[in-house]
Ligand binder design. Structure first.
Ligand code: GMT
Length: 380
């Protein structure tokens, strides 16, 4: 198939999923065209069967707000026509589904049918989509899509309840490449001393440091852990809450035990160095960061929110707490880190969960089958 993919290329899990999906589909022989405002950050740009098309947004002085969504629609229609795309797959409803709808309409005037699929990732429904200024257009874009997928059952229910959407929504959960996200003991032995001394536990957090991730709870939890046992914390990512987290770590006297490494390319290698992940988010429609860690044998201490229980079974492959329960999360982390047999059991179960349910090799065929179904449908 020839598939156009649009996503936010620079930040967030939706861009990661879209990019990894494109890479996996290309490896299975499909022709993939990324149509985005910059090159997706996990794309090397040299992959076979993948092309990247930048969306140019001209900033005419009259435009206080350059109309990106219109430039995107134009580019989608151009690329679809030039490369005879079979369909568009857009990630994150706003504004991508509306741009795709315009592209479909533009091509329809020339007798070409270009179906599009919208994948809902979370904040497009739970935060942005609920904003009154975006809600009607979000609902419209979803209803007009030829196909809609959501990354968890929870998100599908939220979409139905919050937006009053009744149409069919297919649940296709997040995935991870289990060959790439794997613990390599040699690499761990070589690289772990960069972040932790022998005898120290290594905890990790990975996010875009937005308020919804509650990074201050990560620091508060870790402060309690490091009072109980020798430990260090690896903070991967960057975003608006980073400096507040850095100041809090200093104020709590643990600044020298917390390593803020910023945005990283090879998160798979860094995750695999760690013992335990902290993901105390206010909301996660799925929790891709935890899945990536689990594939590397790193269980997560997380909050019981959104779609997280579809990934983490409390006490089996991780531990779940209420939002803000830093005392509970610290106690849980201490109990795991001070009991090697328990850590081993949770690590093994984490990897098994990733392997049995969420490997790319299981999830990508679900997308392929869904594409086939949408292509077989009558044009809207
Ligand atoms: O929260 C983020 O990391 C960004 C956000 C996005 O839309 O880019 O992530 C959402 O999509 C991820 C991939 O599908 C999910 O794993 C995250 O749980 C989800 N984030 C939220 O719901 C807050």
């Amino acid at each position: 198939m020839k598939i156009g993919i649009t996503c936010y290329p620079t930040y967030g899990g939706s861009g990661v999923v879209a990019t990894e999906l494109g890479i996996e589909l290309a490896a299975r022989g499909h022709e993939i065209h990324f149509i985005t405002y910059s090159q997706p950050f996990r794309l090397a740009g040299r992959e076979a069967n993948i092309r990247y098309h930048e969306v140019p947004v001209s900033n005419y002085p009259l435009f206080e707000y350059p109309p990106y969504d219109l430039a995107l629609a134009t580019r989608m229609a151009e690329v679809a026509e030039l490369h005879s795309l079979d369909l568009l797959h857009v990630h994150y409803a706003i504004p991508h589904s509306v741009s795709a709808l315009l592209a479909r309409q533009m091509l329809a005037t020339r007798g070409r049918h270009l179906p599009f699929i919208t994948t809902l990732h979370g904040t497009d429904i739970t935060l942005v989509g609920l904003d009154r200024s975006y809600l009607p257009i979000t609902k419209f874009g979803i209803n007009e899509s030829d196909g809609v997928t959501a990354i968890s059952s929870h998100l599908r229910e939220r979409t139905r309840e919050n937006l009053g959407i009744t149409r069919e929504i297919e649940v296709i959960r997040n995935f991870v490449n289990c060959d790439f996200y794997v613990r390599n003991p040699e690499l761990v032995a070589q690289q772990r001393p960069r972040f932790a001394k022998p005898g120290e536990s290594l905890l990790v957090h990975l996010s875009n440091f937005r308020p919804v991730k509650r990074v201050l709870d990560v620091i508060e939890t870790f402060a309690r852990v490091s009072r109980a046992l020798p430990a260090r914390l690896l903070m991967i990512g960057d975003g608006p809450e980073r400096s507040a987290a850095e100041f809090l770590a200093m104020r709590l006297g643990i600044g020298d035990r917390v390593d803020f490494v910023g945005k990283q390319e090879n998160v798979n290698e860094l995750l695999a160095l760690s013992d335990l992940m902290l993901m105390p988010s206010e909301m996660e429609s799925f929790g891709l960061a935890a899945l990536e860690a689990m594939a590397c044998r790193v269980p997560a201490i997380a909050t019981r929110v959104g779609g997280v229980p579809e990934l983490i079974e409390d006490g089996v492959n991780g531990l779940l707490y209420e939002i803000g329960d830093v005392e509970g999360m610290a106690a849980g982390a201490i109990s795991i880190l001070s009991d090697p047999a328990l850590l081993e059991r949770l690590s093994t179960a984490s990897r098994r969960t990733a392997q049995d349910h969420f490997c790319a090799s299981r999830i990508i065929p679900l997308y392929e089958q869904y594409y086939e179904r949408i292509l077989a449908q009558d044009p809207r």
